[in-house]
Ligand binder design. Sequence first.
Ligand code: BDR
Ligand code: CA
Length: 324
Amino acid sequence: GRPVILDVDTGVDDALALLLAVGSPELDVLGVTCVAGNTGLEPVVANTLRVLDVAGAPADLPVAAGASRPLIDPPHLTESDATQTAEHVHGSDGLADIGLPPSSRRLDERHAVELIRDLLRQAETPVTLIPLAPMTNIALLLRSYPELRPKIERIVLMGGAVNGGNVTAAAEFNVFADPEAAAIVFGAGVPVTMYGLDVFYSVRVGEADAAAMAESDVPSARLAGKLLLFRMNGELDSAEIGDAGAVASVIAPDGLSTEELEVRVELEGRYTRGRTVVDRRSASDKDWDPHRHHPAPVVDVALDVDAKRYASLFVSVVSGERRL
Ligand code: BDR
Ligand code: CA
């Protein structure tokens, strides 16, 4: 399969992404790294290890802890005891409070950045990085070991949006949580696919499918079903697979419509900090732009997704049917 490394802040939809990635015969998960985000670093690590148990990941799959706070901002979104964590979205333990047993998996002793460095150095073919969380670890990697950029096939990240935000009116959570890190990742000269909010909510599993999964004998399906039902909260008739959609786009890239567009991260605005400013103007309009002497990174921005295909890919892989 295609070699990948996931960087996560598990997190309900990060858990779905891990279940999909580990279950997919199309992917070869080389390692998983953790970063503070939906919840603090410690619960993120604990959740990630528990989910990998359920996914049946190999016991020697390396998992490492990374940054516990953003590069520059105080950890206002990521402290586990802060009132502004994503508890309302992910439960008080970051994983829907469904009480998964603790894992006996050992955490790798290396820092996340060192683990990714070592995996890239050892890799025979370039690796796809899949950041599904604030991009602190990936930014530190790219700044610390720029010589490893050719070993990265592409960065397929969940973050940003062409239109609007979720944590603020202007900004998406993962970019807002560490805007400087996102700016470094976009501008690093590595091919980037931005799987943002414009497609993030579109890939959804219906209540009947989720309920059937929750009753399944297959542990991955059971966990995914429970997490999706938690998200529906008895009120909705479907739930998004979120971060797992970015993984689906690595498995089946032709299900994602992207356009190469210039993307800048707003680092200064009081109400717009963390916004991804995506430029959809024609070249002639850009001629007038006073910012034109500061070239922006060009990113493959996801504009549309084959939502049905990714949802059924998710359900079949996680249910152990392993067909595409
Ligand atoms: C992102 O924020 C987190 O809550 C999700 O896991 C996803 O990575 C969406 O904005
Ligand atoms: Ca996430």
